[in-house]
Every structure is written in C-alpha cells, then in structure tokens.
Design a protein around this ligand. Structure first.
Ligand code: SME
Length: 158
C-alpha cells in the first residue's frame, strides 16, 4: 500500500474512523511486530499530534520501552508501577485526567498532563500496553478508549 497517511480533520470520531482503515492497510501482510508497532505509533502521532505515543512490551515480567513517537522516555516499568504498570496489573484501560493526581505516576516528561494506557492482549494475555500522553489536562475520554482498544486489537501477533 501507499505509505502516505491521509490526515483527516473533523471530530475525534471522524479522525479515528479515517485512521483505522489506514492502520489496517499498514498492518496488512506484515507480521513483524516492531514494524507494526512503529507504524501504529507514527500513524497516531501524525493524525493527532499527541505529545507522546508508543508501546511498552512485556519482557521478563517488566514493561520495556518499544516503538514510540515523541521525546525520550523511561525504558523499564515494573508491574503496578505508574499508569502503564497499573493498566497491566488491572488488565484494563486507564484514563488519567491529571497525572499529578495519579498516585505513582511515572513522569517521563514534566510536559505530560494527561494520559491513557490501553493493554494489548494476545489470546487473553497482556503482552504490552499502548501509552498515549498529552500536554493538556483531561485530553482523553471514552471515545479514545473505544478506538484505541480497537486499534490495538488489530495488531497481528507472530
Ligand atoms: N507516565 C507513564 C510512564 C511512561 S511515559 O509517560 C512515556 C506511567 O506513569 O506509566
């Protein structure tokens, strides 16, 4: 497929609705995990221009930094630590409107104000998380949860 992303304006739903088939196209026929996580991060960054978007992957009982777009970030997160470790431990998406009010939040960047972390499942087991950060408070809501959960469900697991 063409590697150019068609950037959509409009409501958040319209932006996700335009992006999802393009992500499906990017993933089609490719089963290399790093390539796919890299392209999903880039596509989300291009469409939404969030502060930080990327993956942490479960390796040896830790979350280890994977493909991402944005400033450098901490490389390893233990279970239950921070928003990422919390989403992993609780097996569910966590939406944090104000990271300063989240006990144990790991501040990779002082510019980050709100965050959503979405678990990635393979056969019912969490294999990683998608972490998205904004420099604005309360930037993520149920719409983001819905569409980001859909996007991570598209990831082929080799
Ligand atoms: N803030 C995250 C850590 C990862 S960075 O934001 C990229 C957390 O509390 O889990």
């Amino acid at each position: 497929m063409a590697e150019d992303l068609n950037i959509q304006t409009g409501t958040k739903q319209e932006q996700y609705e335009s992006l999802i088939p393009q992500i499906e196209g990017l993933l089609h026929g490719e089963n290399n995990l790093v390539a796919n996580l890299a392209n999903i991060s880039a596509a989300l960054k291009q469409q939404f221009n969030w502060w930080w978007v990327g993956f942490y992957w479960v390796i040896d009982d830790e979350l280890v930094l994977g493909p991402f777009q944005g400033p450098v970030a901490c490389t390893r997160i233990k279970k239950s630590r921070g928003v990422c470790g919390g989403a992993w431990e609780q097996s569910k998406t966590l939406i944090v409107e104000d990271v300063e009010k989240f006990p144990g939040h790991i501040a990779c960047s002082s510019a980050s104000k709100s965050e959503i972390v979405v678990p990635v499942f393979n056969n019912g087991v969490i294999v990683g998380v998608l972490d998205v950060d904004s420099e604005h408070l309360a930037h993520y809501d149920e719409i983001d949860r819905l569409y980001l959960e859909k996007i991570v469900s598209l990831i082929p697991h080799p």
